[in-house]
Design a protein around this ligand. Structure first.
Ligand code: C5P
Length: 317
């Protein structure tokens, strides 16, 4: 492994295993338009990659299992499928299909991003798998080709390949990197159970029309705040149009947001489709205070502290 570096050069088929890390995300801005004929909502969003990281180790299959794609979790979790319905398994199959390789792979996934939490953990697993198999199999697709395959797997899969901060358009998969300055400190409040993204979008469709019309561009106030590295200014311009739908499905989240803000968060928002609440804090001391307050809240299963932005998927071993 190259410390802190990109993928080490690999001869085609030389490695017996490849380990990749890919980050979870928070949406700093998420403006949602009306449901389209394709079953998706047009989005204008800003993704920030956070230091809550998924790790996928891709290992060559034993000879008698050649061609098979198998997956196991480092810590078994009944809410995560390990069959072909897992997005990471589909990622390996899609890469094999697109490149014509007849290799299989055995995937070992270490999850740190909350499951069904609105932080794209499953998408990070798929992104990590694309990169890991691309190196393991020596298929040598470039970043743009991996991003194209990623967008076929799901709207949130391209972003963990890029990492850092990016604007998303379309289904959220058409990405443009965004220049930012500074480090942002987050405290994430995890829920006891996840929320299904399609269910949150379906509730969004049933809600009364939002006061703010859907935005087609990210407001200059937010991009300026990110460029100046001022977390208080960023906090003032955070927006999530899915929040009312997530709050309607999980009324307890309003209290979680209140607790975080009363304990000193600059602002707390629903992360993506929820139910994770993301609290932007000014410094480490406030992070500790906000975590403690959240841990005492009955709707909170636990907290994670993480800085951001961080790099996208990279080979670490
Ligand atoms: O692309 P992905 O499979 O992650 O999306 C899951 C579901 O979330 C979609 O089937 C759709 O119901 C909803 N979605 C949406 N609009 C988006 C992204 C996702 O309605 N832009």
């Amino acid at each position: 492994a190259v410390p802190g570096g990109q993928a080490p050069p690999q001869r085609s088929g030389s490695a017996t295993s490849v380990r990749v890390e890919a980050p979870g995300k928070v949406n700093l801005f998420l403006s949602v338009g009306a449901l389209g004929a394709d079953g998706y909502h047009p989005l204008t969003t800003v993704f920030q990659a956070v230091r809550v990281v998924e790790t996928v180790t891709a290992r060559r299959q034993a000879l008698d299992a050649r061609g098979a794609v198998t997956l196991s979790l480092e810590e078994p979790d009944a809410s995560v499928p390990t069959d072909a319905s897992n997005l990471a398994v589909r990622a390996a199959l899609v890469l094999a299909e697109a490149t014509g390789v007849e290799e299989g792979v055995d995937l070992l996934v270490r999850k740190r991003v909350p499951v069904a939490g609105g932080m794209a953990g499953g998408s990070a697993d798929a992104a990590a798998t694309l990169l890991a198999c691309n190196v393991l199999w020596g298929t040598e697709l470039d970043q743009a080709e991996l991003v194209e395959l990623a967008s076929r797997l799901g709207a949130d899969v391209p972003f963990p390949l890029l990492g850092s901060t990016a604007v998303g358009h379309g289904r959220g998969d058409r990405l443009t990197p965004l220049m930012t300055r500074g480090t942002y400190h987050w405290v994430f409040a995890l829920a006891h159970t996840g929320l299904s993204t399609p269910a949150v979008f379906a509730r969004f469709d049933q809600m009364p029309r939002a006061v703010a019309p859907a935005a087609t561009e990210v407001p200059a106030e937010l991009t300026n705040a990110l460029r100046s590295g001022d977390p208080a200014a960023v906090a003032a311009h955070l927006r999530n149009d899915l929040a009312p739908a997530a709050l309607s499905l999980r009324p307890g989240l309003a209290e979680v947001i209140d607790v975080a803000e009363s304990a000193g968060a600059l602002r707390a928002i629903v992360s993506g489709s929820g139910p994770t609440v993301a609290a932007l804090v000014p410094d480490g001391a406030t992070a500790a205070r906000v975590s403690r307050a959240l841990e005492d809240c009955e709707h909170v299963a636990g907290t994670l502290r993480a800085d951001a932005p961080v790099a996208g998927a990279r080979v670490v071993g």
